[in-house]
Design a protein around this ligand. Structure first.
Ligand SMILES: *[C@@H]1O[C@H](CO)[C@@H](O)[C@H](O)[C@H]1NC(C)=O
Ligand SMILES: *[C@@H]1O[C@H](CO)[C@@H](O)[C@H](O)[C@H]1NC(C)=O
Ligand SMILES: *[C@@H]1O[C@H](CO)[C@@H](O)[C@H](O)[C@H]1NC(C)=O
Length: 147
């Protein structure tokens, strides 16, 4: 004989507790960063230009990177391995058209290179570290997190 177990029906207060956090508005509006400032996305004057630019800012999920560029080469979103080698053979995304807005959807590192190998080697590549969204409004008693 097979007995069928009927799961208990959750009570209404429990359902409300589970749903309400999902309805909270996001705490901080997203930021838009124009990559490279007035210079835009191009072969930079120094190889570390974009890393210096990137390290002066904090990036959070939902923020937008705006790339403006000219010429035939495209903008590639790549993996770490390809970023370090200027390897354009298997990008995650391949953008062209001179104006690309990239929404940072995941926390962790995010990498971009020029599809032009020599331009990439001269510094036209960017790595940003994206932080989770709750970072800007930490709870008051967070001193033991990660312990
Ligand atoms: C980035 O975050 C760090 C650590 O929270 C903070 O000290 C720094 O001032 C922030 N930088 C900017 C440009 O917001
Ligand atoms: C990226 O797109 C451009 C233009 O659409 C194309 O010429 C190029 O071959 C593509 N590169 C890669 C690596 O997919
Ligand atoms: C470029 O990366 C791909 C994997 O994405 C790899 O198969 C290929 O061998 C790499 N090419 C070079 C020149 O490193």
């Amino acid at each position: 004989m097979i007995m069928k177990l009927v799961p208990p029906t959750p009570s209404l207060p429990l359902i409300l507790i589970l749903v309400i956090p999902l309805l909270q508005p996001l705490p901080v509006p997203a930021a838009l960063f124009h990559v490279g400032g007035p210079m835009g996305w191009t072969v930079p004057p120094t190889p570390d230009f974009y890393q210096t630019w990137a390290s002066a800012r904090n990036y959070t999920i939902g923020d937008v990177l705006e790339f403006s560029y000219t010429g035939p080469s495209s903008l590639l979103n790549v993996r770490k391995y390809e970023y370090h080698r200027c390897n354009s053979s298997h990008p995650i995304y391949n953008f062209s058209g001179g104006m690309t807005r990239f929404v940072l959807l995941y926390s962790g590192n995010c990498y971009f290179i020029s599809s032009d190998f020599h331009a990439c080697k001269k510094g036209q590549r960017l790595a940003v570290r994206v932080l989770p969204r709750h970072r800007r409004s930490p709870p008051p008693s967070s001193s033991h997190r990660g312990a």
